[in-house]
Write a protein that binds this ligand. Structure first.
Ligand code: F6P
Length: 319
């Protein structure tokens, strides 16, 4: 393999740029040319593809977002769209592709692999919702952004002796909420993987108030519903006033943490190694601090495992 491509797809995540850099430089180090595909799968269809040199990925390791841009592409979901994509890849002489994104993006990669075009995936999403990897790229950074925001909210919550309900992202996965709740000592963590009833939430709030707590934080994963709904339910049940903060897209931006940068370097490097070894249809993962690879088709039949022990620990520590 003498020429490979790299694209980012789905929601951007801090660390994607560091991964692009790692792919480009690991390939060039091995004498392989790299082509950046712009705007995800859309760029494959429109031929928005450019050769990347070592210096094209300079000064990006610390930047959030993705220099390759990302987009949703309905056309790529059709057979005709994918046929055009393969033609474009051939036109540029590209023989393998690294796709950095979430599970939706991997589906596209699998389709290319099934058409005989080798593709390797790198899990890049703040949601941490991909099975068989302990972490996805961007999760650690988003988590730190959330914690930073909650720390600030705590200052004002304490000053006014208020209760705050904070909504975080994650799609159907509660990891951002759970890890943030544990790291920030939230009273309650509401996540889609397990049910917390309203009585328990109110009981925990009251317990805090009774022992003189000056602030209370409840974290709601967006997969459960909106923080507004929770605030209304608490008001209706216990006549308690709360303040609501929806953190929104701020969670997706910012400089990647050291953890995400190092993870990106390791995953990007491994993706190139696998492509050059002739592997295809695999996703790079980190498990017990080892970089491994899994068959994407297998992964798509599995669900990200919810860490019950962490959830229980958060509960115990917030009595
Ligand atoms: O998958 C990343 C994510 O930020 C989710 O946490 C969130 O639900 C979604 O993307 C938001 O998507 P959009 O940026 O299209 O509104």
């Amino acid at each position: 393999m003498k020429k490979i491509g790299v694209l980012t797809s789905g929601g951007d995540a801090p660390g994607m740029n560091a991964a692009v850099r790692a792919v480009v430089r690991s390939a060039i180090y091995r004498g392989v040319e790299v082509y950046g595909v712009y705007h995800g799968y859309k760029g494959l269809i429109t031929g928005n593809i450019k050769k990347l040199e070592v210096s094209d990925v300079g000064d990006i390791v610390q930047r959030g977002g993705t220099i390759l841009y990302t987009a949703r592409c309905e056309e790529f979901k059709t057979e005709e769209g994918r046929a055009i994509a393969i033609e474009q890849l051939k036109k540029f002489g590209i023989e393998g592709l690294v796709v950095i994104g979430g599970d939706g993006s991997f589906m596209g990669g699998v389709k290319l692999t099934q058409l005989g075009f080798p593709t390797i995936g790198i899990p890049g999403t703040i949601d941490n919702d991909i099975p068989e990897t302990d972490f996805t790229l961007g999760f650690d950074t988003a988590l730190n952004t959330i914690i930073d925001a909650i720390d600030k909210i705590r200052d004002t919550a304490t000053s006014h002796e208020r209760r705050f309900i904070i909504e975080v992202m994650g799609r159907g996965c509660g990891d951002l909420a759970m890890w943030a709740g544990l790291a920030d000592g939230a009273e309650s963590i509401l996540i889609p993987e397990t049910k917390e009833d309203l009585d328990t939430i109110v009981e925990r709030l009251n317990r805090g108030i009774e022992r003189g707590k000056k602030h209370n934080i409840i974290i709601v994963a967006e997969g459960v519903g909106s923080a507004d709904e929770v605030a209304k339910a608490i008001k209706a049940k216990a006549n308690m006033d709360t303040r609501v903060t929806v953190l929104g897209h701020v969670q997706r931006g910012g400089a990647p943490t050291a953890f995400d940068r190092v993870l990106a370097a390791r995953m990007g490097n491994k993706a190139v190694e696998l492509l050059l070894e002739g592997e295809k249809g695999k996703m790079i993962a980190i498990q017990n601090n080892k970089i491994v690879a899994h068959d994407i088709l297998d992964l798509l039949t599995k669900k990200h495992e919810f860490n019950k022990n962490l959830y229980q620990l958060a509960k115990e520590l917030s009595i």
